[in-house]
Design a protein around this ligand. Sequence first.
Ligand code: DGP
Ligand code: NA
Ligand code: NA
Length: 212
Amino acid sequence: VSIIRTMARGAFIVLEGLDRAGKSTQVSMIVEALKERNVPVERRVFPDRSTAIGGIINDYLAKKIELAPEAVHLLFSANRWECKDGILETLEKGTTLIVDRYAASGAAYSAATTGRPLSWCTSPDQGLPAPDLVLYLDVTPDTQQQRSNWGEERFERAETQRKVAENFRKLSESGNWAFVEAGLDKLEVHQKLLQKVLDLLEGCKDKPIGKL
Ligand code: DGP
Ligand code: NA
Ligand code: NA
């Protein structure tokens, strides 16, 4: 007699936002809060700078090398594709993923820096696993610029960020997005985000993982 085990999958939750919105801090806080509740959870960060492709992206962002913006766009997308199987395995074994940036960053930043339409920028990511929820940390230019190390990396310029923000707004019209004001106290931001995560967790267990 074979035992059929129907195991609930994990949720795929992405935090998006401009540079210095506080994503990394909030990802850590959500992961800790879920661990305390005994929810199996892992974090991921894009770009994943630990791979060979991620190393090239890191050198580009640190302004050590120059590349055509379209070529960089495809590297960022390749960096997500090389993690696709890992993402699916994690979700399928029942572990929830909290991810720092994903495909929306790809389209929002690359449309701003290549001048190409959003549709061009979203196409290389088509077919990747789709997030169940995108949590958007909405930061103002003032808050961004007050935060530490502002302006060190390549895209940390006010004009680029303004265009990226506009692109994120357009992208948020499709898919399941929630906006949270990022200028609030970090615990307040955390509580708002955690509530949205907890609301989602039960609901997506029986749904198949979507595709972009
Ligand atoms: P972070 O490590 O979160 O600070 O992200 C590094 C920078 O790279 C940040 O300015 C956002 C940008 N970025 C992240 N993903 C992509 C992408 O897929 N395409 C492009 N063009 N930029 C991206
Ligand atoms: Na950054
Ligand atoms: Na980050």
